[in-house]
Write a new protein. Structure first.
Length: 340
């Protein structure tokens, strides 16, 4: 089969012929329809972050496709089923897995990192982690549900405990943030998008933001005034410590700051404010598998859009052009995928 192989940082992926994988007894072989191009991959490609599997490794972790073969013990899927393969596989045994929190499994393995991923014609995945499609979801664009859409869904539904009529400010309206905007809207929130680029604010409005503001010194004051004291939920989707602090300053008494972006730096917030106003600062990572059916239903109903989010498609042969576009920070780009 054809695959795009990662050999190391600061070199393009190489398109090569490799052996088609064989599913083990609990796995499915999936003919890849599409795979999302994710900024996580740029950490390996550009920033010297190493993959757990020693290169050459096939990257790619936001997958949709069709089951081609199933191992002998697989009961939940059969050849011909359209599926989403999520970015992480879980052990099913640890405390987190056994309390419904597989997304923070202590032994989780990531596709296109611990093992070969899906910038290829085929990928194998454990059947227990693979999620069947439902009617009304486009097969190719559906791949982005696996990460970019499911992550903010879990963040808002489970971690922020969003209630209808809550006000939500989304900091950073890129690939993850734009989904936080449309999901919060679909769940009945009043939504404020915040970004440093006008184009991103325009996209936030397009996907349902009631208000959209450039991040400047007046922003916290503006948001507090607009929402009668601050938002119920602020969600940081960039991974910038300063933005996290700004976001914290926009929440009301009893409100929640959701940390969805990754940073290896510290943040500084006033402890008295947390205590006296019963503030919550909550982390979020990925999405537990049990939540996918509800999410897929909302997508199939048109409440959450995926087709419109995919602004760029590349054939697997041109995958490096796709990553160039991601690097440039092309403004019209919301989500790019490769089709295999
Ligand atoms: Zn990703
Ligand atoms: Zn586990």
């Amino acid at each position: 089969m054809k695959a795009a192989l990662f050999y190391g940082s600061n070199q393009p992926l190489r398109l090569e012929e490799v052996d088609k994988p064989t599913p083990k007894k609990n796995e499915v072989l999936v003919k890849v329809a599409a795979c999302g191009l994710c900024h996580t991959d740029l950490h390996y490609l550009d920033h010297g972050v190493s993959t757990f599997k020693k290169p050459p490794v096939i990257l790619g972790h936001e997958v949709s496709g069709i089951v081609e073969a199933a191992g002998e013990e697989v009961k939940n899927l059969k050849p011909g089923d359209k599926v989403i393969v999520p970015p992480v596989f879980t052990c099913g045994q640890c405390e987190m897995c056994r309390t419904g929190r597989e997304n923070v499994c202590n032994q989780m393995l990531m596709l296109g990192n611990h093992m070969d991923g899906a910038y290829a014609e085929y990928v194998v995945a454990p059947a227990k982690d693979t999620i069947p499609f439902i009617e009304g979801i486009p097969l190719e664009e559906g791949c982005i549900i696996a990460d970019a859409v499911s992550t903010p869904f879990h963040a808002l539904v489970n971690r922020a405990d969003l209630k209808p009529g809550n006000s939500v400010a989304v900091f950073g309206c890129g690939g993850l943030g734009i989904n936080a905007v449309q999901i919060a809207k679909a769940l009945g929130a009043y939504v404020i998008g915040v970004d440093i680029k006008e184009k991103k604010l325009e996209q936030a409005r397009q996907f349902g933001a009631d208000e959209a503001f450039i991040s400047d010194a007046d922003l916290p004051k503006k948001i507090r005034k607009l929402t009668g004291g601050g938002v119920h939920i602020a969600i940081e989707a960039i991974g910038n410590p300063v933005t996290m602090q700004t976001a914290f300053s926009t929440i009301r008494t009893g409100g929640t700051l959701i940390v969805m972006g990754y940073s290896d730096k510290d943040i500084t917030v006033n402890a008295g404010r947390i205590m006296f106003r019963e503030m919550k600062i909550v982390g979020t990572l990925g999405c537990p598998p049990y939540l996918y059916p509800s999410l897929l239903k909302l997508v199939s109903m048109g409440k959450i859009k995926v087709k419109e989010l995919v602004t760029h498609k590349f054939p697997l042969d041109n995958i490096n052009d796709g990553f160039s576009l991601l690097r440039q920070g092309e403004e019209s780009l919301i989500r790019a995928i490769v089709t295999c």
